[in-house]
Design a protein around this ligand. Structure first.
Ligand SMILES: Nc1ncnc2c1ncn2[C@@H]1O[C@H](COP(=O)(O)OP(=O)(O)O)[C@@H](O)[C@H]1O
Ligand SMILES: [Mg+2]
Length: 255
């Protein structure tokens, strides 16, 4: 049965979307059937996977929420084994329109549970906020990957976010687990970067992925060009790191 993993943090710019693009495409390249869902109205994941059209002919998560499309109708094949449910700007409306709906936080869960058999992994790229949309994503998920950028003071924000996760677990989704903390944008030669990585590992040792994602411009360039880095620049250090992360996850669940 497929695993549903949210990639989330209340902070923006920490590497959520980059991780969603590159982890999902590396797992697809390894032969897994993968679905990735863009739940951020800013649609960076959608853009980063090369979908640049935005018209009404494109169905996205908003249409799924308002039942104008089934999840299947809003799925687009990106590369072999990888499917995307895009976001468009109209997803901003979802928060306002669904604010009063009963069971609004279960909307995504109800939809996704039907697709667990079809995919090995379903990733959800979350918005950078505590919002109804984020709550929807976390209620639908089995676990959460929290990217931590090794360039900002991270520990306090991380503690706050993990507290929030345990609250959601207690109140909405008892199955929710912390999949792992992912150190991103690591620069070996920066003292600050090393200090942050050491601090996070000290406090959350068993919950931090062994794989660390380096700061690597090829990751940004690939996203700007609408391609997963492993296809755009397969030899780049960032591409190799995301493939290592994919294998770390596969080792945990498949071998
Ligand atoms: N490891 C990395 N090395 C270099 N640039 C990165 C890396 N990870 C992310 N970026 C860049 O940093 C910016 C923010 O990353 P993004 O994944 O969009 O964060 P979030 O989704 O958390 O807001 C983007 O421009 C992205 O291309
Ligand atoms: Mg993002």
């Amino acid at each position: 049965m497929g695993k549903i993993i949210a990639i989330a943090s209340q902070k923006g710019g920490v590497g959520k979307t980059t991780t969603a693009i590159n982890l999902s495409s590396c797992l697809a390249l390894e032969g897994k059937r993968v679905l990735v869902i863009d739940s951020d109205p800013q649609a960076s994941l959608t853009f980063g996977l090369g979908m640049r059209k935005n018209g009404s002919s494109i169905k996205g998560l908003y249409e799924v929420f308002i039942k104008k499309a089934s999840l299947k109708e809003a799925m687009y094949n990106v590369i072999n084994n990888l499917y995307l449910v895009p976001a468009k700007i109209d997803l901003f409306m979802a928060e306002l329109e669904f604010f009063d709906t009963e069971e609004r936080e279960r909307m995504l869960k109800v939809v996704l549970d039907d697709y667990r058999e079809e995919f090995d992994y379903i990733f959800i790229d979350c918005p950078p906020s505590f919002s109804i949309l984020t709550l929807c994503c976390l209620v639908a998920s089995d676990s959460v990957i929290i990217p931590v950028q090794c360039e900002q003071l991270a520990l306090e924000a991380l503690r706050i976010f993990i507290k929030l996760l345990w609250r959601i677990k207690a109140n909405f989704n008892e199955n929710l687990e912390l999949e792992g903390i992912l150190l991103t944008m690591f620069s070996r030669h920066l003292t600050l970067s090393r200090t942050i990585a050491e601090d996070v590992k000290k406090v959350f040792r068993s919950k931090t992925f062994n794989t660390v994602i380096p700061r690597n411009i090829a990751l940004s360039e690939a996203t700007m060009n609408g391609k997963p880095a492993i296809i755009y620049a397969p030899q780049a250090t960032g591409s190799i790191a995301y493939m290592e992360l994919a294998r770390e996850i596969l080792c945990k669940y498949e071998y």
